[in-house]
Write a protein that binds this ligand. Sequence first.
Ligand code: AMP
Length: 318
Amino acid sequence: MQQWNSRQRQTPGTILVVGTVGFDDIETPFGSVRGVLGGSASYFAAAASLYAPVRLVAVVGSDMPSDTLDFLRERGVDLRGLQVAEGKTFRWGGRYGYDLNSRDTLFTELGVYEGFRPVTHPEYAESEFVFLANIHPALQQEVLGQVRRPRLTMMDSMNLWIETARDALTDTMRRVDMVCLNDSEAREFAGTSSLLTAARRILALGPKVVLIKKGECGAVMVTDDEYFVAPAYPLEEARDPTGAGDSFAGGFLGYLAQHDGDITPDVLKRAVIHGSAVASFTVEEFSLDRLRRLTRAEVERRYWEFTRLTYFDDVVRD
Ligand code: AMP
């Protein structure tokens, strides 16, 4: 890892993301959709591109209509790293109850991800920021090895890899600057019920920052010196939490890429609030429907509403 605040620059750093692009079937008590756009890289790219240039590495099958990702192209996302392979696009199905914090995976069909070798475009080797979205940890490491001198690297994962590829996952954690997990994954990985202990065990592997997402309870950021808590935005109607974690990561890393050259502890905290703000929009509608129309101005307004959620003054006592 390089010194984050070692150089001043005005233009945002470029973010490379590797993850899934696929079709989701989603059931919640508020509706269900089938075959809609999903995937960890799709959500991340849609969110992060509000802040900084994004390069996407993923694979889709020949069954994906060629205009599906046009909205990402229109936002300037570089899709030269998107492979189109003969076969079926990744598909995932999930079901949520009234508690949108937990879900059951109904099926995962890897399709063209079976045998996927991420080969990034030669220009991508110079990317400054790297997000290893949820994908097999061995593939995450392959991509990491193809970026020459990243200034900041971050990873996400899920219980599937904790249970089936723990060693590879631990290796990826040792190689990145930041780890982002949800609360149940952090507890499961670290074998503890305490989120603070879980974060400290992950920090001991090498990362400098651990982000733990807690659904409608917000998120925490833990470093060696800080424990920062962000609330979730109180929504009257949350319809579909799919992709909230990836959108959180996109808002967070996008904000950091925009402040490339000046990543201080305060900038990290603001980035957590940006991540929470973007994620709160994602859950308002199914799939990427809300993210597609989301503007940076809307995120800024919500960011300021967050400051009111947590501001309190000390009481003067006599
Ligand atoms: P999130 O809700 O942030 O965990 O992200 C949900 C997205 O992750 C969905 O759109 C799925 O298509 C995708 N997904 C589900 N399972 C996997 C998996 N095993 N590997 C990679 N992506 C997945």
